[in-house]
Write a protein that binds this ligand. Structure first.
Ligand code: AMP
Ligand code: MG
Length: 340
């Protein structure tokens, strides 16, 4: 099970690196490297003067954010809030702001995203690795406590009622990607790619002036099912293949529906969101996965600031119309949805 996950994660990372290539015919310095953090494999390809120092600073930033936001680290800001027994905790301004932002995204998603889902995610074993199907009375009791509206934010002081726990797992990698890109920019880099376990964020274009090519993972296989040509964008996917376990021939995955406490099973097996901000795309990709096709389409029509690719359980693919301009190759089998 664990081994399977790691192979998938490496496959996702490999897809991007193979497509983007690591050599630079323009004679600019380049750097490609990776490391494990945030429970996944993180890699980057960076071009230009001072690439090594820039990549090192970006890595340090990601590690700093991990120690600030990790739900499994009792000493992180999130750990302090969750371990306070309902009293709450003073956290960094950054954490307070991110919790506020994530709360807004829960609201925007109509509650499909709920950052107080942690007790249920933990009960299923997704953060401990001790996977099990919880019994229904346990789930009902835990579910009654799930409500992002119960989070109290008073400046940098954050409190949740006893037994309520915050988990920013649905947005942390996207947020970290935004910060990593910002660090690269501050270091004078104008061309780079950061891949946080399938959350891909690109800065500028490739050194030859062409767009980055990002493969979107096939949820039913090892490769990718389409390639997007993009620049200055985040491409974030939430999929049922990313973290799961099997029992009696059935799969149970890590994205939970706040409606019943079970792995979200509303017809979507992978949701990819493309937009300007990694945190926004990350929050949305998890939310769309939970809400299913109809609500996802409505949210896309009402929003106007992201594009999406939904893979449904029957293998069909739905794309928002803006994606047609990004596709490396047209595919007439994709259902295109428009704004009318
Ligand atoms: P992602 O991989 O970005 O789709 O986020 C999935 C992670 O977010 C899971 O590993 C959980 O930690 C957490 N999570 C699961 N279900 C939800 C949900 N409905 N709302 C918010 N966070 C969730
Ligand atoms: Mg997400």
């Amino acid at each position: 099970m664990e081994a399977k996950n790691i192979i998938k994660i490496f496959a996702a990372a490999f897809t991007v690196l193979t497509l983007t290539g690591c050599s630079n015919k323009q004679g600019e310095a380049s750097y490609t490297g990776g490391f494990f953090a945030m429970d996944t494999y993180i890699s980057a390809t960076v071009y230009g003067e001072g690439v090594e120092a820039a990549a090192k600073s970006a890595k340090e930033e990601i590690l700093r954010l991990e120690s600030l936001l990790s739900v499994t680290d009792a000493n992180s800001d999130i750990g302090k809030i969750n371990g306070s027994g309902g009293k709450g905790a003073e956290v960094s301004e950054e954490t307070a702001e991110l919790i506020g932002y994530a709360g807004e995204m829960c609201e925007k998603s109509g509650g499909s995203l709920d950052i107080t889902m942690y007790p249920i995610v933990r009960e299923w074993g997704f953060t401990t690795g001790e996977y099990k199907i919880p019994d229904s009375s346990t789930l009902t009791a835990l579910l009654s406590k799930v409500d992002y509206k119960s989070i109290k934010i008073d400046g940098n002081y954050i409190a949740v009622p006893q037994d309520v726990m915050i988990d920013l797992g649905a947005v942390t990698k996207g947020y970290a990607g935004d910060k990593a890109i910002r660090i690269l920019k501050e270091n004078g880099i104008t061309s780079g790619l950061v891949n946080l376990g399938g959350n891909v964020q690109v800065l500028g274009r490739k050194p030859d002036g062409t767009d980055w090519s990002i493969g979107v993972q096939d949820p039913f296989g090892e490769g990718y099912f389409c390639v997007l040509n993009v620049h200055d964008k985040a491409v974030v996917t939430s999929g049922n293949y990313e973290r799961y376990f099997e029992e009696n021939g059935k799969s149970y995955w890590h994205i939970i529906d706040p409606a019943d406490g079970f792995p979200a099973d509303n017809g979507i097996v992978s949701a990819t969101v493309i937009g300007d901000s990694g945190a926004y795309c990350d929050a949305l990709s998890t939310a769309l996965f939970v809400m299913g096709k109809e609500k996802a389409e409505r949210l896309w029509r009402d929003s106007g600031d992201f594009e999406m690719i939904l893979v449904l359980e029957d293998g069909s693919v739905v794309i928002s119309e803006g994606v047609t301009k990004m596709l490396a190759e047209e595919n007439e089998k994709f259902e295109v949805i428009g704004r009318k």
